[in-house]
Write a protein that binds this ligand. Structure first.
Ligand SMILES: [Ca+2]
Ligand SMILES: [Ca+2]
Ligand SMILES: [Ca+2]
Ligand SMILES: [Ca+2]
Length: 670
């Protein structure tokens, strides 16, 4: 008997001590823990995957610690001193493909058993068994469906219920929660895609309803809801409107919300055209939205100036696994200016980046933990180098883009895409609606070509919160005008006299937690022209036809209607046949509100999704606006008008004139 007993003890304490393989959505139950044990588990994770691990100890003595480490032994998350009947959680999103280690250790002679459970994050693609019931962390948020949810304190972390949803730009979103708690209250929170709190409604007690309403003001598209019920029993009803359905628009195996998370194109199965579908890229730990990805093998070969990775494309994203050092080379000409942005995705550390010419003069930014921006001017023709390095502890990946400058010969605003946050990448100052970028700085340039020009500026922000600042600088860097703290209430409306000609720079600046868009306008004679983005070659056309049925006539063509995309400067007019073509720059993955305005008719709007081919809309039927006259009066007026150009009333003249007539009437009646 004693032999068997000893064998039993050894088998438990040794078999659980060493690298037990784990999978997603797995539960290892009732593991015996003896004082002094250290249990280690391993799980293979791919770049970008998220994991939550839960521990539930049943202990006679002491408490347990739970930690997750990368394969280079960097601590990613940990929870300490989880006692008997408590629940401990750790979570991590990993930025390197590899084997990760989950370690259970004890304090104060801990003894007993524990259960360890792993959960796959909602945005992991190889989520073969994602029908778990754990939604207590943002990583495990379920798609927000209307319905009744049990408070379930024992299943959740502090009674937190996370939901996620997507909603289109300019959608009016409403989130309503009704409390069916039998005691206490619940709280409602809404976060943006970066997990930053946007809105809340708190202390919603039994039978009360809490709500949050807002307009989507940026392209982040993805939002989270947290309903916290604490340890109160009961349930709550969730109701959302203005949100999207959780669908896979392009049928590539990834629902749109997952594509928004990973910044791939929800309307295109192979976002980067490299022959591997978005789904398969994620499955392998690649980045579906970026074509040029440099593997560990590739960057290891490029660890010296003699064997760099040659880059040929400006304004194109590159993605690489970090290796110290990595050398890239790009040909530049004397006087050429580029701006480099670097975004890091690191388990640990930071990276240093330098751009150097061939005589060893460099411009650098060190310790980049999130985003770095370097502007560089070449002094000579030839190969230039980009060096990426760091200390030994850095682990992860990074993206970088080299943006052309408008100052360069032959450059224009067409191909710099969406980066305008430095003087070198300023865009032409054109009235329009603009989204605040991730750098929270927008630079615009304009030239005054006549002395003593009066220029009117207006700026109307549409923000989730806060305000933005507006500055005008002269070419030599001197500040010409400043107005700070401009909000939706305190908009800017200002005419400024420019006494001398020259180049000027506008900077619109916001804080890191201020997201949204703004309407900007610049008007006045004396402004020079620069290449406008909308004059660049377009790639997608939205086509449609506009008609109206009125005064007994069906489907009259509406000419000269204005068709515009909300949030852009893009406009078109319908022709005599009511037809229009609206050319838009390549902006697939975005959703726009298309608005049709024509005098005398009610404005019509619809949401348009930009894919990678032309869009033919269904015929748009306009309705009469609610003017001061009744439809009968309009019919009568139309009859009288029609007599003027169709005396015989045989309906044999072009009907488009009827529309003009109606427009005149509609004008008079206002
Ligand atoms: Ca998809
Ligand atoms: Ca896709
Ligand atoms: Ca691809
Ligand atoms: Ca890719």
């Amino acid at each position: 008997m004693s032999f068997i007993f000893i064998f039993f003890v050894i088998s438990l304490s040794t078999s659980y001590a060493d690298n037990i393989p784990l999978n997603f959505n797995q539960s290892i139950e009732n593991v015996a823990f003896y004082s002094g044990d250290i249990h280690s588990y391993v799980i293979d994770l791919k770049y970008g995957q998220g994991i939550t691990v839960k521990i539930n100890p049943k202990l006679n003595l002491g408490s347990l610690n739970l930690k997750i480490y990368s394969d280079q032994y960097h601590l990613l998350d940990g929870c300490s001193s989880v006692s008997n009947d408590e629940t401990g959680y750790i979570e991590a999103t990993v930025f390197k493909t590899g084997t990760y280690r989950i370690i259970v250790s004890g304090n104060d002679n801990a003894r007993g058993i524990y259960t360890l459970t792993t959960y796959s994050a909602w945005f992991n693609v190889d989520n073969v068994n994602n029908n778990h019931t754990f939604f207590s962390k943002i990583l495990n948020a379920r798609y927000a469906q209307n319905g009744t949810y049990q408070a379930q304190y024992e299943l959740t972390h502090q009674g937190n219920h996370f939901f996620r949803f997507t909603a289109k730009y300019k959608s009016d979103v409403s989130i309503t929660v009704k409390s069916n708690l039998t005691e206490g209250y619940l709280n409602l929170y809404v976060y943006n895609s970066k997990s930053e709190l946007l809105y809340h409604d708190e202390y919603i007690s039994k039978s009360q309803t809490g709500s949050v309403r807002f307009t989507v003001q940026d392209y982040s598209n993805l939002f989270y809801i947290k309903v916290s019920t604490g340890d109160n029993p009961g349930s709550f009803d969730l109701y959302t409107s203005g949100t999207d359905f959780d669908i896979d628009t392009d049928d590539d195996g990834l629902n749109d919300s997952i594509e928004f998370y990973h910044e791939s194109n929800p309307f295109k199965p192979d976002s980067d055209n490299n022959g591997i579908s978005d789904y398969n890229e994620l499955l392998q730990g690649f980045v579906p939205g970026i074509k040029h990805e440099f593997s560990l093998e590739k960057v290891q070969q490029a660890d010296n100036l003699e064997a760099p990775i040659h880059l040929s494309d400006l304004n194109t994203p590159f993605h690489a696994i970090f290796n110290k050092p990595t050398v890239y080379a790009i040909n530049m000409y004397s006087g050429q200016i580029i701006t480099m942005t670097v975004d890091t995705f690191l388990n640990q550390g930071s990276i240093d980046v330098a751009i150097c010419n061939n005589i060893g003069e460099c411009k650098s930014e060190d310790y980049i933990e999130n985003r770095g921006i370097i502007a560089f001017e070449a002094k000579n023709d030839g190969e230039h180098y980009i060096l990426v390095s760091s200390d030994d502890s850095t682990e992860g990946h990074y993206n970088f883009i080299l943006y052309d400058s408008w100052i360069n010969t032959g450059a224009d605003d067409c191909n710099r895409r969406n980066f305008y946050s430095t003087y070198q990448t300023a865009r032409c100052a054109v009235s329009g609606n603009y989204i605040i970028s991730k750098d929270h700085t927008e630079c615009y340039r304009f030239d005054i070509v006549e002395d003593s020009s009066d220029i009117s500026f207006s700026l109307i922000p549409h923000l989730y919160q806060g305000s933005i600042d507006f500055y005008i600088y002269e070419n030599d860097g001197a500040k010409y005008f400043e107005k700070k703290y401009i909000s939706s209430e305190t908009t800017l409306n200002k005419t400024i006299t420019f006494y001398h000609s020259g180049s000027f720079l506008i900077i619109i600046d916001s804080d890191d937690d201020e997201y949204g868009n703004y309407d900007f306008s610049i008007k006045g004679s004396g402004i020079g022209s620069c290449v406008y983005p909308e004059s660049c070659e377009n790639s997608i056309a939205i086509k449609g036809k506009i008609v109206v049925s009125v005064a007994g006539y069906e489907n009259l063509n509406v000419k000269n209607a204005i068709i515009r995309l909300y949030g852009t400067n893009l406009k078109a007019n319908s022709d005599d046949n009511g037809l229009f073509t609206l050319n838009i720059p390549d902006s697939y993955g975005k959703s726009y509100q298309l608005i049709v305005d024509s005098q005398g008719f009610a404005s019509s709007s619809q949401q348009v999704m930009i894919a990678d081919q032309d869009i033919q809309l269904e015929t748009i039927h306009l309705a009469l606006s609610n003017g001061s006259c009744s439809e009968n009066e309009l019919i009568d007026a139309a009859y009288q008008e029609r007599k003027k150009w169709d005396i015989k009333m045989d309906n044999k003249k072009g009907l488009a004139e009827a529309i003009d007539a109606l427009r005149v009437i509609s004008d008079i009646s206002k």
